[in-house]
Design a protein around this ligand. Structure first.
Ligand code: NAP
Length: 260
């Protein structure tokens, strides 16, 4: 399938590792130009290296802490300064800590929502005027199946994800007036640093880490970042032009409810 992403300009937040890196590299492989941002310079540099020679002049890596509103403004300004436009925003930088409800203080809720909810909302608010001016654009929010399966030990992330599923639909309603398409992706367990950090919380009774990973889905394996990247690229392309305001699950069948 031809995705026709050649010449498109994308911002991928959290593009230095995991799902974000896989998405940035796939976009580059399809001929898009990409600004990747994250805090750590080393992983950003490695992403640029992995993009290879084909990415010369087409990838910009920007160190940015997306919990800061003014940094978000600077990221979007840098993309427009380097590439002249923003066609695709992949809102992906996020992490929320698991933990015992009674032990998580306000600061934990506020910190994690500042990145996962406010980071996504602020990035969307910063790119929307550019996309409206260009008469088109796509925003893909990488959220999480924690939205669909409330769990006592993952309330901060689950509640943020539920809010982002709502936000995706509400932003799509707003985007319709501005020729901006908005979609959400809800990944289940995907093999990234983040999942490896969380494994003992979500499969505490399992034996080895390998067994724990196998038990996370009914198909006996977790997902790869590249599998999520494939979905994101399709959704960001015009092949998905009729998909708008939808939150799409990619979880190897882990969520067996009717929703998602
Ligand atoms: N992996 C899963 O199983 C899974 C499941 C459901 C949902 N998700 C969602 O998918 C997204 C990507 O997850 P992942 O597993 O790929 O995570 P990851 O491997 O931990 O990568 C996270 C990326 O975000 C960046 N980041 C973290 N804090 C940041 C900040 N304050 N400002 C800017 N960048 C920041 C990280 O770089 P620095 O640390 O250097 O900043 C890194 O590039 C997240 O939103 C996550 O909630 C993942």
């Amino acid at each position: 399938m031809q995705l026709d992403l050649e010449g498109k300009v994308a911002i991928v937040t959290g593009g230095s590792k995991g799902i974000g890196r896989a998405t940035a590299l796939s976009l580059i492989a399809e001929g898009a130009s990409v600004l990747v941002c994250a805090r750590g310079q080393e992983a950003l540099d490695e992403t640029v290296r992995l993009a290879g020679e084909q990415a010369a002049g087409k990838i910009v890596a920007m160190s940015a802490d997306l919990t800061q509103g003014e940094v978000i403004t600077a990221v979007v300004a840098r993309c427009v300064a380097e590439f002249g436009r923003v066609d695709i925003l992949v809102n992906n930088a996020g992490s929320a800590r698991p933990g015992d409800f009674l032990e998580l203080p306000d600061e934990a809720w506020l910190d994690d929502w500042t990145l996962k909810f406010f980071g996504y909302m602020r990035m969307a608010r910063a790119v929307l005027p550019h996309m409206q001016h260009q008469q088109g654009g796509v925003i893909v929010n990488v959220i999480g199946t924690g939205a669909l399966k409330p769990m006592g030990n993952y309330m901060i992330g689950g509640a943020a994800n539920a809010a982002l599923n709502h936000f995706t639909k509400a932003l799509a309603d707003e985007g319709s007036k501005k020729k901006v398409r908005v979609v959400g992706v809800n990944p289940g367990p995907i093999l990234t640093e983040r999942l490896q950090r969380f494994i003992s919380t979500f499969s505490p009774q399992s034996g080895s880490p390998e067994e724990a990973l196998q038990k996370m889905t009914p198909i006996g394996r977790v997902g790869q970042p590249e599998e999520v990247a494939d979905l994101i690229l399709f959704l960001a392309s015009d092949r998905a032009a009729f998909i708008h305001g939808a939150n799409i699950t990619i979880d190897g069948g882990a969520n067996q409810g009717l929703m998602g």
